[in-house]
Design a protein around this ligand. Structure first.
Ligand SMILES: C[S@@+](CC[C@H](N)C(=O)[O-])C[C@H]1O[C@@H](n2cnc3c(N)ncnc32)[C@H](O)[C@@H]1O
Length: 175
């Protein structure tokens, strides 16, 4: 299991117990500052099956054994998310899964409310620069959509896709 843009490693403990002692989790992030916090978290929790890698997700090659990828509040900050997701689809085996959780433009909100939300969440790196980014639509091109849900009245989403045999392009017209 690979956690792309793992940041300080908030997902790692749960992923570590989900894959168990015979599985492995790799957290990948560009920032040494984030990774040093993640390292401390891994050490404090004694997570023997977690490894951390400093890399740009655009260059990172999934290991052959990887069966699933998660990215939470990560890929919508990567302008080349399309390319990254295409790379995941090439490397994951049939049946491999990708899970995404992130912020999105809340359709139907008045612009002043969107602006207020962006100002309130700016300390967490939220910016209108990312509002047109739609990683789940890129994922739909390569994965069979298993679920898509909106959260926070449309300001966030979660997506799960699975790589199907021979699936190269799929578009189901959903948001
Ligand atoms: C908002 S944080 C999310 C961290 C974590 N996934 C979470 O849910 O708390 C976004 C993370 O993406 C990382 N990031 C942004 N661009 C990246 C890139 N091109 N390659 C790797 N990591 C990147 C940042 O360093 C940061 O740690």
């Amino acid at each position: 299991m690979v956690d792309l843009c793992c940041g300080t490693g908030v997902n790692l403990e749960e992923l570590s117990s989900a894959v168990g002692s015979r599985g492995a989790v790799i957290g990948v992030d560009l920032s040494e500052g984030m990774l040093s916090e993640a390292r401390e978290r891994v050490r404090a929790a004694g997570l023997a099956n977690v490894q951390l890698v400093q890399a740009d997700v655009r260059d990172y090659q999934l290991p052959d054994e990887a069966a699933a990828v998660l990215s939470t509040f990560g890929l919508e900050m990567v302008p080349a998310y399309d390319e990254v997701i295409e790379g995941l689809a090439e490397r994951l085996p049939v049946g491999g899964r990708v899970g995404l959780l992130g912020l999105k433009h809340p359709e139907g909100w008045p612009d002043w409310l969107v602006e207020a939300g962006v100002v309130a969440t700016k300390p967490f790196g939220v910016s209108r620069d990312y509002e047109d980014f739609r990683p789940w639509t890129a994922a739909d091109q390569h994965f069979d959509r298993r679920s898509f849900r909106e959260h926070l009245l449309g300001a966030a989403y979660s997506y799960v896709g699975e790589k199907a045999q021979g699936l190269t392009s799929l578009g189901n017209g959903e948001p």
